[in-house]
Design a binder for this molecule. Structure first.
Ligand SMILES: Cc1ncc(COP(=O)(O)O)c(C=O)c1O
Length: 388
């Protein structure tokens, strides 16, 4: 009788029966200069960390990495050791959803300032999770009217939390977060800031703003890899959130916080992305947030001077613009797609307008590991494609 096949024979048979290897991936251009608001170009340190050793998240080496990163986030971004950082697997929206879910106590409402796609997203999250909502819709291109926020807070004592997007990435507007914070403080309400596209690249003093909950992302101004996000919590908010009844399993901020305080994660994390964030935070520590913010400002000034020379028009008044992104009206008679594809051929990735600005504007961000030469070359290429 023939002996049953050995495990090695079985594996060999399976290997031979395996489907043919997929065709080689489409070659990507040598280096794309990412002028989109994330993902961003990253440093060789971040690339090296992404390709680092395979490690298990249940081992002490991961626990050590996790705690280091949480401390580095607070150290670099908050300067107040009483704050707590909570890492969340997933893009910025994952951390935002976790934060919104934990933002109010039973019976309280969430006031959302909505002047763009991302303010609208917070309101959408509140609706999905049936969190009582007060929405202040403000025109996309005008500075927020703070008297409306004050009036809403005065009128409605059930509003427990005010949510504002720091940098409204859909237009490039930097919202007046300090003034909003002052109102939240005056009316003794909690403050939730979506700083996903600003933290690390704009001035943001959370303790001074009395900001209890702040949401950030690894893959924008922090220069980490995309797909990992975090929430920064004040001491008071950390204590409150830890005691909350869960409203989600995967996105329960209290669950994540409590596990991370023990050096653990409740679910399997994206280990390479965590390692990449560690390397990105080391890069940031060398430069400092103040240094990075100044560098972003210089890039903004340089690019905006170039845009003006070309006769391109800004979507917003200049005084409303962030450090990190400029939205430009499409030049008369030009469509977005040909501009995008010509720039892509030249090695530059820009971004389209969203929602009602789709087909009307283009957006140029300058987050990430970029060189001055990249920006110069980009302006040259943009001039060529928008001329005539
Ligand atoms: C201000 C802001 N909030 C939320 C998000 C959503 O983040 P993600 O696309 O990483 O989920 C973005 C993305 O660009 C953003 O800029």
């Amino acid at each position: 009788m023939k002996a049953p096949p050995t495990l090695a024979e079985k594996e060999e048979k399976e290997r031979l029966a395996a489907p043919p290897a997929p065709p080689p991936a489409r070659p990507t251009p040598k280096r794309q200069v990412l002028l989109c608001p994330g993902p961003v170009n990253t440093s060789p340190h971040v690339h090296a960390a992404l390709g680092g050793p395979d490690i298990c998240h249940r081992e002490p080496e991961f626990s050590h990495l996790l705690q280091q990163i949480r401390v580095k986030l607070v150290h670099a971004l908050v300067f107040d050791a009483r704050y707590r950082a909570v890492l969340i697997n997933g893009s910025g929206t994952a951390a935002l959803e976790a934060a919104v879910l934990s933002s109010t106590d039973p019976g309280q409402k969430l006031l959302v300032i909505n002047n763009g796609v991302y303010g609208s997203r917070i309101a959408q999250l509140a609706r999905i999770h049936q969190i009582p909502l007060v929405e202040i819709r403000s025109p996309l291109t005008e500075r927020l009217d703070l008297s409306r926020v004050a009036a809403a807070l005065k009128r409605d004592s059930r509003i427990g939390t005010v949510a504002v997007v720091h940098h409204e990435t859909s237009t490039g507007m930097l919202n007046p977060v300090e003034e909003v914070a002052a109102l939240a403080k005056k009316f003794r309400r909690r403050l939730l800031i979506d700083a996903i596209s600003s933290i690390g690249g704009e001035k943001l003093e959370l303790p001074k703003l009395n900001a209890g909950i702040c949401v950030g992302s690894a893959g924008k101004c922090l220069h980490g890899a995309p797909g990992l996000s975090f929430v920064l919590l004040s001491q008071e908010e950390a204590a409150r959130v830890s005691k909350m009844k869960p409203k989600s399993l995967y996105l329960d901020l209290g669950l994540h916080l409590k596990a991370q305080e023990r050096g653990e994660l409740p679910f399997t994390p994206a280990v390479p992305l965590v390692a990449a964030l560690g390397a990105a935070l080391d890069d940031l520590a060398r430069e400092g947030v103040i240094g990075r913010t100044a560098r972003y400002r210089e890039r903004a000034i340089f690019l905006r001077q170039g845009f003006k020379k070309m006769g391109l028009k800004f979507l917003l008044e200049e005084k409303l613009l962030s450090n990190t992104l400029t939205a430009l009206w499409l030049p008369k008679g030009k469509a977005y797609e040909p501009i995008h594809s010509s720039l892509k051929k030249a090695g530059f990735i820009i971004y389209a307008g969203q929602s009602e600005l789709k087909g009307k504007i283009l957006r140029v961000a300058h987050m990430g590991q970029l060189l001055q030469a990249d920006l110069k070359e980009f302006l040259r290429a943009l001039k060529e494609v928008t001329a005539g």
